[in-house]
Design a protein around this ligand. Sequence first.
Ligand code: NDP
Length: 330
Amino acid sequence: GKVLVTGCNGFVALWVVKQLLEDGYAVRGTVRRESATPYVKDLFKSYGDRFEVMIVPDITKEHAFDEVVKGIDAIEHLASPFYLTADDPQEIIGPAVAGTVGILQSALAHANDTVRRVVITSSCAAVLTDDPDLSKSRTFDETHWNEHAMRDVAERGRAASQPSKYQASKTLAERAAWDFDVVALNPPFIYGPWLHEVKTAEQLNTSMLAFYNTVIKGTKTPEQLAREGQSWVDVRDIAVAHSRALQREEAGDERIIVSSGPWNWQDFVNAARKVEPSLPAGNTAYSSETAVYHTCFDNGKSKRLLGMDYRTMDEATRDIIAQFREKGWL
Ligand code: NDP
């Protein structure tokens, strides 16, 4: 079958495309800029005509996806803004919601006979509730919804916190998707080696830039390194989850958290220093045995429905550091 992958030049989507091609699917990727096409075409040239790229210039326009859904058997929707510098929250919420609703409407109108499954890349941002008290541990599951971010944005608008603006965009987009028959995948922070076009470290996507600044540049205090963190998943595992979400009957109509486990930044620092001892040591008094992991997610459903078996932090970190080294950014 042929799978449509939106925003296919992004950090996560390129791994999704690669996994689908490896699993035997044909893939039609979308990008919003013509200038993004040569790089992705070149990346997957060994797959010949099983990979093609189409341009959707503005995902917020009605009927934006009408042409690209034609003849498609399944959809993986990833195009959505992920940055933490928006002024007006609508800057992020607008494309997140309109893109999600738009692709579902286009699929119903123009590919209803062929599309068997639609996977929406939601986020644990749509699940968790931020809590400034980092001294206690909380575990979220698929029954939880991020009410807090939506309230923050509704009440404070532009003055809402940056995480709230992004989290509200993912919550509202996923809510809108549930008016249709979809699979929602909810990953926490995604890290790992990257395939996308990055000429300087500053061009890394939001999650990997945070990793670079914290672990390589050492921008956080020892206190922050020991207390700040969340949960994470390897980008290659989230790609596997996207492919299996198409293959497994039982995933249909399900919301699935795809998380490897919790972390505090010092855990990544320690994992990185195992392979690159010259990196900043951070908090040398930290112990993972006694640390508090304040944002945990139950990943049991992902194991049951998708058969997930997660890569370890050591493996992910080793591969990330190797890529930074290769780039000369250490
Ligand atoms: P990237 O920034 O690397 O990729 C985002 C993709 O979406 C790019 O193709 C980008 O296009 C496209 N896009 C962004 N804004 C718009 C817009 N307004 N109109 C059209 N296209 C747009 O991000 P990630 O790969 O990290 O994220 C991919 C998906 O995964 C998103 O849905 C994100 O919410 C989700 N996610 C990511 C996590 C992470 O830690 N990275 C964690 C949980 C969920 P362009 O290159 O042209 O800007």
